[in-house]
Ligand binder design. Structure first.
Ligand code: NAD
Ligand code: MN
Length: 484
């Protein structure tokens, strides 16, 4: 018999959400120039959390000008001084982590267990890590006195709102750039709380500017001639559009786009650990993860044993209230995303794959999708090729390592992959042949600020994290450009 769980809700009262928020420009909150606003809802209940400003092209211009003005001083501060601000921000994030975790869970729909134990610790770790680089840029391997690029325009998605903000802002600031960042329209709140943290840390005005808004705000930002660098994380379609906008300008560009990661399980893998890794790979954050292990490649001889164990494990996943500390799978971020997942899953059935999901009761309000797996999937099926960005696993089989590699690489994407085997030699040999930016062995979805992350092919280009992540925000020193 399964254990019964008592409800264990985290308290909402640790966070105070205002009924409306403005744009954060030059250290102050202000309304949009044309007064436009939009609402952010909690995807688990459809409750309106707050109303935020929709930044216009005029607001984008004001934010870029504020960032340009702030750049003069910020870029000439000694690195050790910039580091102090970044360390201060990191410590404030730690101090306010419970509040931020609850906020992120409310606005995004992801379980508190993840915001508390994954998102927030990683956000703080990122700022700590890049704070440590700020006074060591000359030793980062990019020449003796690397220079910042100027003003960075940064556009981020809704799946890890605060973590993607950290990935963008921490290296930019450490390298001496100033930023204008646009969070996604369904998850604007944690970026606005971050603006408050910048004020709390005494960060000079204009170094960080936050513009809330939809795709039109993002498009105006990346097209603005006053920015020197564009950093984008999101869909491949929008990434391509941005690449076209930036082409022919001097702007530097990094794109972190979609993925269709292969999680490869060999016949000598420890089954129970592999099952945990598969579950973590595809059901972490409701599968709304660019590097999700969304294609399971299992060696044919262990298929039955592995799938039995996986189904047993999936039957114990708890879907429901994201604020409950026992919840494994929370809400899908938006009605639009739920519709995309539903349509792709339906195409799997229509194309002949076999669908399975454990019996689970979904809440009556909000956006929900049960953890699902498809067997009998071929490489031609849409569910094997397209990014679903939801809790849906496509299972394929292979017989030899060479076939596993060929199938894993048979994708327009190249972001992540996983290998499960007992043999170190096989891990290395297979990893070497996989065209993926990150390859995990006997683990999955492990993140660390010291480790670079990024893709091949249509997963984008450029790396975030680690020493490599600084490169996107630095230019080699000019001959006369002496900088400490
Ligand atoms: P999206 O690419 O439309 O949105 C990402 C960000 O880009 C948001 O902040 C959005 O406002 C902004 N944006 C939209 N149009 C823009 C434009 N023309 N110029 C500049 N910025 C623009 O993603 P989505 O519609 O929310 O999701 C669609 C699909 O994208 C998902 O199903 C998933 O497959 C993929 N996705 C991938 C990631 C990732 O981490 N790689 C994140 C989110 C979504
Ligand atoms: Mn929201």
């Amino acid at each position: 018999m399964a254990f019964e769980y008592a409800p264990a809700p985290e308290s909402r009262s640790v966070v105070e959400i205002a009924s409306s928020y403005g744009l954060f420009i030059d250290g102050e909150f202000r309304e949009a120039s044309d007064g436009k606003v939009f609402k952010s809802v909690s995807p688990s209940s459809e409750e309106v959390l707050s109303e935020v400003a929709q930044a216009s092209a005029e607001d984008v211009d004001a934010a870029v000008k504020a960032a340009r003005k702030a750049f003069e001083k910020w870029s000439t501060l000694p690195g050790s001084e910039r580091a102090k601000y970044l360390f201060r921000i990191a410590r404030i994030i730690q101090e306010r982590s419970r509040e931020l975790a609850v906020l992120e869970t409310l606005d995004n729909g992801k379980p508190i267990r993840e915001t508390r134990d994954a998102d927030l610790p990683l956000v703080a770790a990122h700022f700590f890590y890049y704070a440590g680089w700020a006074d060591k840029l000359s030793y980062a391997g990019f020449g003796p006195n690397p220079r910042p690029l100027g003003v960075a325009g940064q556009v981020i998605p809704w799946n890890f709102p605060l973590l993607m903000l950290a990935w963008k802002i921490a290296p930019a600031l450490a390298a001496g750039n100033t930023v204008v960042l646009k969070p996604a329209e369904t998850t604007p709140l944690s970026a606005l709380f971050f603006a408050d943290i910048c004020r709390q840390a005494g960060l000079p005005k204009g170094v960080v500017n936050i513009l809330t808004g939809d795709g039109s705000t993002g498009a105006a930002l990346v097209a603005h001639e006053g920015i020197d660098k564009v950093a984008f994380t999101g869909s491949t379609a929008v990434g391509k559009q941005i690449a076209r906008t930036v082409a022919g300008t001097d702007k530097k560009l990094t794109l972190e786009l979609g993925g269709k990661g292969a999680n490869i399980v060999f016949d000598d893998a420890p089954i129970d650990q592999a099952v945990e890794g598969i579950v973590n790979g595809i059901f972490f954050n409701q599968g709304q993860v660019c590097c999700a292990g969304s294609r399971l490649l299992v060696q044919e001889s262990i298929q039955d044993e592995l799938l039995d164990a996986l189904k047993r494990r999936m039957s114990t996943l708890r879907v429901g209230d994201p604020l409950d500390k026992n919840t494994d799978i929370g809400a899908i971020n938006s009605a639009e995303q739920l519709a995309r997942i539903t349509a792709l899953a339906d195409s799997g059935e229509a194309e002949g794959a076999e669908r399975w999901a454990p019996a689970c009761e979904l809440p009556s309000h909000g956006y929900w999708f049960a953890p699902t797996l498809f067997t009998g999937v071929t490489q031609a099926h849409r569910i094997a090729r397209e990014e679903i960005f939801g809790p849906v696993l496509s299972v394929l089989t292979f017989r030899t390592p060479a076939e596993a590699v060929a199938k894993a690489n048979n994708s327009q994407y190249g972001l992540s992959a996983g290998i499960w085997t007992e043999k170190g030699s096989r891990m290395l040999a297979v990893a070497d042949k996989l065209r993926a930016g990150v390859v995990w062995a006997n683990t999955f979805n492990k993140f660390d600020p010291t480790s670079p992350f990024g893709g091949y092919k249509e997963s984008g280009f450029g790396r975030e994290g680690g020493r490599h992540g600084l490169e996107a925000y630095l230019a080699p020193s000019s001959p006369e450009g002496e900088r400490k």
